[in-house]
Design a protein around this ligand. Structure first.
Ligand code: NI
Length: 150
């Protein structure tokens, strides 16, 4: 069990486009284990590697249906809309109503390098979008609608 420090907004690693994973090694599994330990310790439902300072394309998610990891994930279908509260372990203490696609399909690889497809609605779809955004240097606050005072 290894809980790692969660990087906070302002840390440049969160703004980098993470590197593709090319080798499925025991170290990758150890990284995923540390990410899961860190996520559960912080009561999160997802964590991306850049959030513990590792600029690689991998995240872990557990929205209550069990833990899974995805390597080199890509959202290949997105449709519908949902608006609901969203937060981020890298921006502690804040939650905002955030618009996301209601239904997505995400394709990538598991920790052994096998192709993996996850399809989700609602909270799972939100987590898939949120965590994949992290790998592209995007934070959920970037997705908030801008209200212009007048
Ligand atoms: Ni986040």
């Amino acid at each position: 069990m290894a809980i790692r420090e969660i990087r906070k907004e302002g840390d440049p690693v969160l703004r980098r486009v993470a590197k593709e994973v090319t080798k499925f090694t025991p170290e990758l599994k150890k990284l995923a284990r540390d990410m899961a330990d860190t996520m559960y310790d912080a009561d999160g439902v997802g964590l991306a590697a850049p959030q513990i300072g590792v600029s690689k394309r991998i995240w872990v998610i557990d929205v209550g249906d069990g833990l899974f990891a995805m390597v080199n994930p890509e959202i290949t279908l997105q449709e519908g809309e949902q608006i609901g509260p969203e937060g981020c372990l890298s921006i502690p203490g804040y939650s905002y109503e955030t618009s996301r696609y209601e239904h997505v399909i995400c394709k990538g690889y598991d920790l052994d390098g096998n192709e993996k497809v996850v399809e989700g609605n609602g909270l799972l779809a939100r987590a898939l979008q949120h965590e994949t955004d992290h790998l592209n240097g995007i934070l959920f606050v970037d997705r908030l609608r801008r209200f212009v005072a007048r």
